[in-house]
Each structure stands twice: as C-alpha cells, then as structure tokens.
Design a protein around this ligand. Structure first.
Ligand code: NAD
Length: 268
C-alpha cells in the first residue's frame, strides 16, 4: 500500500472499536500518525492492548466529543506533540432507539450531543490547526464526518439517530461551502454506511431482543442483511477504505460530498 499520508497527522474519534478502529488501521497503513480519541481513560488496559495490536505511529488521547473542554485539551495535546492536524474523522456515535412518544428528552439530547454536537465541536476546535496544516497539502486538510444511510432515510424507532445523522450530513456541506467561500484549505465530506458488523449494531439488536422485538439478535441481523441488495452486512474495513480515501490528496477536489457505502441499500 502506498504511503500517501506520510508526514500527516490524523485524529479519529471513537477509534477504539468498530468503524473508528478500522479507519485508524487504514490511515496507519497509508503512513499517517494517528491519534485515537475515545471515552476510555488513557491508563485503561483496553487502550494499551488496542495500541499494541496496531502497527504504525499511533497515540491515544482521552476525548469526550460532547465536552468542549475535552476537545480543547485534546487538540492542544496534538498541537504540542505534532504541531499539525491534517485529517479529522468525526466518527464517534451512539444510537438510541424507541418510539417518539416514549423517548425522553434526555435520550434525544444525548444522541444529538454525541452524533451532532460532537462533530461541530471537533470542527470548531480543530479548525486553526487544520487550516495551518492544509496550506501545504493539495486540496487542503480533510474532515470526514461519519453519518449513515439514516441521514437520508428513516427507520421506525430511530428518530433521534435519524435526526442526528441528517444534521451531520448537512453540517458537512455547511463546512465545505463556508471554508471554500473564505479560501480556507480544509475539505469536508460525509460518509454514509449501511449496516455494518460492529459492537454498536450488536448491542442495539440485543436491546431490541430484551424489548421483545425479536427472539434472537441473529434474526434481526438476517433481516437487515436480506433488506440490503448485496444480501450481507458490511465489514468495518469496507467503510474505513472510503474514509481513508477522502483523507488523501486523491480526493483533493472532493468537498461537500456524500459518500454512500451501503451495499446498494439506497439504490432501490
Ligand atoms: N454499525 C453500523 O451499522 C453503522 C451504520 C451507519 C453509521 N454508523 C456510524 O458509524 C460510527 C461508528 O459506529 P460503530 O458501529 O463503529 O460504533 P461502536 O459503538 O462500535 O463504536 C463507537 C465508538 O465511539 C465511542 N464513543 C461513544 N461516545 C463517545 C463520546 N462521547 N466521545 C468519544 N467517543 C465516544 C465509543 O466508546 C466507541 O469506541 C457512528 O457514528 C455510527 O453512528 C454505524
């Protein structure tokens, strides 16, 4: 694999597992120094075992994407250590299922806080370092916001998640046109996965089983696989490939784009 990101620094939020961890691996393979930002304490064994399972220049910073001070501290740490930030992957996300009339305002706000406010805070506080780094990069530095097919279409009992993923989809376009209008060398694009085999999906299905929606999580998995034209779930690696492409200078003319990686789900 060519080292297109040699000399570049990336931050992946929610990078300890699932799609985020797969994106970390892909960016490392392309030669970037990668920071993982996640909720777990830096001295937790999960962090050391995850880092030791990766090859390349990888570091960890504790980051709660909903907390503005946490972003300020994380970006300051990256600036102090590396003095640049070329790629920001706003990947951290949670679901939050239930019927609208039963959903608490607290749960609604929690989902927006992680999935939507988290990306806003990342762009706001990453801006200065990314603007500086983007000046010596073809097309500028790169923000990749992880949305979902649920940023386009809806499913029952997923209102908070759908709203948050629609918000991040159009927030991405707002970043793209505003940066272009002001000559800021930062691109911004969104990635829209279909159903991906990750802990988020497993835990969501498990909660649905506890609520009596289905007998087994596997039945729900089979249902979403059969509702997808290619008849299977995605591997996280298949989403990470698109994220890593958008991070490179090969995507220098792409900004404000929606990259759908969904096994054909939205094509029907
Ligand atoms: N799995 C899917 O089918 C699917 C489909 C479409 C979109 N997505 C999106 O992809 C992204 C990653 O999903 P995943 O399936 O890998 O999820 P996951 O639950 O497996 O991993 C998410 C990671 O985000 C971290 N995180 C959660 N809240 C955080 C916070 N406040 N601050 C920092 N980190 C936080 C978690 O600790 C975890 O490591 C999410 O934005 C999700 O909405 C997933």
């Amino acid at each position: 694999m060519s080292k297109q990101l040699e000399g570049n620094v990336a931050l992946v939020t929610g990078g300890l597992r699932g799609i985020g961890l797969a994106a970390v691996q892909k960016l490392l393979e392309k030669g970037a120094k990668v920071w993982i930002g996640d909720l777990t304490a830096a001295d937790d064994g999960v962090v050391s075992s995850t880092l030791s399972g990766l090859s390349g220049d990888v570091a960890y910073v504790r980051l709660d994407v909903t907390d503005e001070q946490s972003w300020i501290d994380a970006i300051a740490k990256i600036d102090e250590a590396d003095g640049r930030l070329d790629v920001l992957v706003n990947n951290a996300g949670i679901d939050g299922t239930g019927r609208i009339q039963d959903m608490t305002l607290d749960l609604w706000r929690k989902v927006q806080a992680v999935n939507s406010d988290g990306a806003f805070l990342g762009v706001k506080h990453g801006f200065a370092l990314m603007e500086k780094s983007g000046k010596d990069r073809k097309g500028g530095s790169s923000i990749v916001n992880v949305s979902s097919i649920m940023g386009f279409v809806a499913f029952p009992e997923s209102a908070a998640y759908c709203a948050s993923k629609g918000a991040i989809r159009n927030f991405t376009k707002a970043c793209a046109v505003e940066f272009a209008a002001y000559g800021v060398p930062i691109r911004a694009n969104s990635v829209h996965p279909g159903f991906v085999q990750t802990p988020l999906l497993d835990e969501g299905f498990q909660r649905m089983v506890s609520r009596g929606v289905a007998e087994k999580a596997q039945d729900l998995k089979d249902q979403v696989a059969s509702s997808t034209p290619v008849n299977r779930l995605a591997d996280p690696d298949e989403i990470a490939t698109a994220i890593a492409f958008l991070a490179t200078e090969d995507a220098s003319y792409m900004t404000g784009s929606e990259v759908v990686v969904d096994g054909g789900y939205l094509a029907r």
